[in-house]
Write a protein that binds this ligand. Sequence first.
Ligand SMILES: NC(=O)c1ccc[n+]([C@@H]2O[C@H](COP(=O)([O-])OP(=O)(O)OC[C@H]3O[C@@H](n4cnc5c(N)ncnc54)[C@H](OP(=O)(O)O)[C@@H]3O)[C@@H](O)[C@H]2O)c1
Length: 403
Amino acid sequence: MIRDAVGKPWLEPTTEGQGKFLDFVVEVVRRTDHEPGFKVFPRRSAGERSFEWMIRRRRLVRAYGARIDVSEATVHVAMVGLVFRRIAHPKAFSNRIYYSKKESIMKVYVAGCGGMLGEAVHKVFARSHVTKCSDIDQNEDWLDYCDFRNFSQYKLAVESFAPDLLIHLGAHTSLEYCEENPDDAYRTNTLSVEHAATLASAHGIPMVYISTAGIFDGQQLTYDDWDQPNPLGIYARSKYLGEHIVQSRVQKYFIFRAGWMMGGGPKKDKKFVQKIMSQIKAGCTDLKVVDDKLGTPTYTVDFATNMERMVQTQFYGLYNMVCDGETGRFEVAQELVSILGLAGKIKVTAVSSDYFSSEYFAPRPPSERLINYKLNLRDLNLMRDWKVSLKEYVDEYYRGYLG
Ligand SMILES: NC(=O)c1ccc[n+]([C@@H]2O[C@H](COP(=O)([O-])OP(=O)(O)OC[C@H]3O[C@@H](n4cnc5c(N)ncnc54)[C@H](OP(=O)(O)O)[C@@H]3O)[C@@H](O)[C@H]2O)c1
């Protein structure tokens, strides 16, 4: 084992002459205290002494930077030293690196994970946790079927997985659908949150619930985490009631309020960016965009990343979590066109919300701009500027989309 550990970084990469230059031969011998002229050091000092000796003799450190081949050798020596220290002090290293990492691995159940945010949450969480994701729309092979309106189905799915964390993600997110189908809106967006809260509190596990900037009435220009919501429509009300349920029924909860979601790409994005992109793809050269709606874009990947960071803490509570920067629909459309390099070819024409009143008839606040005040105070705001995130979103998810 030691020969492998030493041989890999140190001997294998050497070019002709380097072995001689180091003048150092590794001989693997059976450990014995009785061999004349041979003293077995305790495990912890053997590696350290060898390297002290080598660095003293070969003056690698002094030559560092002068010659690239010597610098490389120094790096190899440092790597070998590290390997030795790991062998000599397995406990110290496992405590510092592996053990604590292992400790933070969680079993995470994500309900309603088949949508635009779910795509990013699955991607981010599955990297370092054990995940089980479900949805009524099984559009991925990593999704199980579960309708969270059905309590016994939800309970069975969660309990058979026995998670450390329950993320209740899904909802009906079309404001118009919710206005026209209030019973289903409340069953899906509110009563199902009761189901999740019951499961989380019964098992004493933390729960995550996603709320929305749309719960405000827009009479203020911006809203921090402590401003008073006043929902205008059924969707907003159904989501705001969800906040109350979680706060009153779950001891360890995170509520994250998102703004205008952008994520998932052409396949999953049901919102503004995809609506503009599909118009452009269809050949539209004059985009009509409202200039009387203010808000904050929220990139799903940033949101999921910040969420993953937060659930590692015990700072339970309610947080605004949107991209940085203040903007509105009109500016987002202009920026998108500019990112695509189509500013000279595609016009963005400002219209008022009345222009779309038959298509988007659900009430919407004039401003739903959020500020991540609590995340900032806790120094845990990982959300990037919306323009940076929008560019990354387009680059990553829409490559080749416009042909
Ligand atoms: N989109 C936004 O702009 C926005 C803004 C703020 C907050 N949020 C919140 O963020 C969360 C994620 O939204 P999203 O943007 O990712 O929406 P999404 O793309 O519509 O994804 C939601 C997913 O939940 C599923 N779902 C609906 N009813 C379900 C049920 N009874 N059981 C299991 N799954 C069900 C949906 O399936 P179907 O597609 O078949 O209905 C969909 O796959 C939601 O809680 C939403 O309220 C969204």
